[in-house]
Design a protein around this ligand. Sequence first.
Ligand SMILES: CC(=O)N[C@H]1[C@@H](OP(=O)(O)OP(=O)(O)OC[C@H]2O[C@@H](n3ccc(=O)[nH]c3=O)[C@H](O)[C@@H]2O)O[C@H](CO)[C@@H](O)[C@@H]1O
Ligand SMILES: C=C(OP(=O)(O)O)C(=O)O
Length: 429
Amino acid sequence: MDAIRIVGGAELNGVIPISGAKNAALPLMIASLLTDEELVLENLPRLRDVQQLQQILSNHGVSYMIEGKRPGQGSMDGQIVHLRAKEIIDTKAPYELVSKMRASFWVIGPLLARMKECRVSLPGGCAIGTRPVDFFIDGLKALGAQIDIERGYAVASAPDGLQGATFEFPKISVGATHTLMMAASLANGVTTLKNSAQEPEVTDLANCLIAMGAKISGAGTDTITIEGVEKLHGARHSVLPDRIETGTYAMAVAMTGGEVMLKGARADLLQSALDVLEQTGTHITVTNEGIRVARNGTALKAVDVTTDPFPGFPTDLQAQFMALMTRAEGTSTITETIFENRFMHVQELARLGASISLDGQKAHVEGGSELKGAQVMATDLRASVSLVIAGLVAEGETKVNRVYHLDRGFERLEDKLTACGATIERISA
Ligand SMILES: CC(=O)N[C@H]1[C@@H](OP(=O)(O)OP(=O)(O)OC[C@H]2O[C@@H](n3ccc(=O)[nH]c3=O)[C@H](O)[C@@H]2O)O[C@H](CO)[C@@H](O)[C@@H]1O
Ligand SMILES: C=C(OP(=O)(O)O)C(=O)O
């Protein structure tokens, strides 16, 4: 299995192009199940999760065609992909496929809305907490579905079609909001979703569904209203830039020092994280081209952070920020409020010399540690990349094992960092 080898010590300087967002790409691809016409997605990142979802969708009958490169398109540009679910050939989403990725469970919304029945395995995904699916089940039941859990599968049916209703999520859930919004787009009547997720990826999906003929208002606020339509049609949509990739590279530059332009990044997608970075003493400049991040010689200040749903500080940047705080002056307290088990990187950062103590959902990071290279291994995607960031400043060689986690969500990570001066390569472990 491949590993990533890093020799720490180099500043980052140059340009990093930001890819399309994984967490927008996945629900957008799933939306192709809602229509028998073609959905064309531009700026789709080349990621393991995208490939994995392609397999799941193909099992349901979705054709997948990657458009040939146009002249002038660089190798870093996202792909243009044509998806078409002309016919749904199988309404079962099997364990072997769904257990590999959390988002694959979201097919339950479109399949139920279009086919009036489906059988979807309970999901897998990053091991960061129990991650139940009760909001999906309760929400779809509110729309008139009958759902039973049988032998690890959600078995769902709605013989007369889904019916519009009002549903309030007990807690904000990105995936349940995506799923209910897709299902309600083809329901009879009006659905109101209260306490909805306001993440930019929800708005991106809503914009695509609207382009497909859905009648949706309020996406990006906590109340989304969907007037069901009989049929959706094809559309063309460009995936928004990845705010988590953006924040990750911004933190990497804050860590190493130097100056990097994050090309194509949008500040409005991660303002809270950029505000925190500025408080650490990192310079952020927003331009038409993207976001410029710089730290030249100034010491890093310790800052306390609490993760929250959007527009708060994203849980998907918590591990990377913790790596950064190992090098700050003073102690930083990082509180995780979204997932109950998202501190798996703490013991691995400790292998590199970090001094972090845990107290329930709080991590106290003592800054100023001299990190030294070691072999490390992470159990999830963002934890893995936090170890890469730490490795960029650790003295000597760091080897990050289980690289397949990184490949789920970071496109050409080692190429992008090498281009800015890092010593990083993929090796066969
Ligand atoms: C592919 C994708 O987009 N993944 C993102 C998505 O995950 P995902 O959509 O799985 O995360 P949710 O927003 O649903 O989870 C938020 C919280 O709600 C809980 N919950 C959720 C559903 C449910 O039925 N019952 C329940 O209790 C979860 O356990 C968690 O504690 O949003 C998370 C929170 O921003 C991000 O970290 C993930 O990167
Ligand atoms: C937690 C993540 O992904 P998933 O929801 O697919 O497990 C993530 O992207 O950080």
